[in-house]
Design a protein around this ligand. Structure first.
Ligand code: COA
Length: 157
């Protein structure tokens, strides 16, 4: 497995993987395929000004991705993890662990990692627990009227 940070010109790769993720695991995300498929080059380049994305490749093929973002108004030692996905054929092989490790190495000044996870996503909750994340106690009801809730997890080093 190879790990790489995507650059601004790699936005088509990030877009492709994000759309694959939304199709494969719609219940894991708040965004849906129909919303994100309409985001074009300008939108993706704008995302890349805030976002750092790491991909894992196997034989040149992308098998996983995770991104981190700085959130306006939050301290510089904190980043949020987003757009986490691993190809189902490669799950439970340490791909996410490796991708998050690479994100962490890329930002050595960051000591607080945060992620929102849907409370119904029991697999992801177990995975983050194994990776050392713990609940902050924050929960939020999604504003889409679906009745779904997210819980916030943190990892500190
Ligand atoms: C969540 C997801 C990214 C995990 O990726 P992965 O590459 O399989 O995770 P890893 O193999 O790095 O596993 C990390 C840890 O979680 C554990 N784990 C992985 N899958 C698990 C599962 N289904 N149930 C319980 N534990 C699991 C692993 O055993 C490992 O712990 P260990 O090293 O102590 O053994 C993947 O399941 C996925 O893409 N799910 C759909 C999308 C999603 O839910 N994204 C998260 C949105 S917040």
């Amino acid at each position: 497995m190879e790990l790489a940070i995507l650059g601004a010109d790699d936005w088509p790769i990030a877009r492709e993987i994000r759309l694959r993720a939304l199709k494969d695991s719609p219940s894991a995300y708040i965004a849906d395929y129909e919303d994100e498929v309409t985001v074009g080059e300008e939108g993706w380049r704008e995302r890349f000004t805030r976002m750092r994305s790491v991909v894992a490749r196997d034989d040149g093929r992308i098998i996983g991705m995770a991104s981190s973002v700085r959130v306006a108004g939050r301290p510089t030692y904190e980043r949020h993890i987003e757009s986490v996905w691993v190809d189902p054929r490669f799950r439970r092989n340490g791909v996410l662990r490796a991708v998050l490790g690479h994100l962490s190495v890329a930002d050595p000044g960051v000591t607080e990692w945060r992620v929102w996870v849907l409370d119904t996503n029991t697999v992801a909750r177990q995975v983050y627990d194994r990776l050392g994340f713990s609940p902050t106690g924050e929960r939020q009801l999604l504003p889409d009227g679906s009745g779904r809730r997210e819980i916030r997890l943190r990892f500190g080093r």
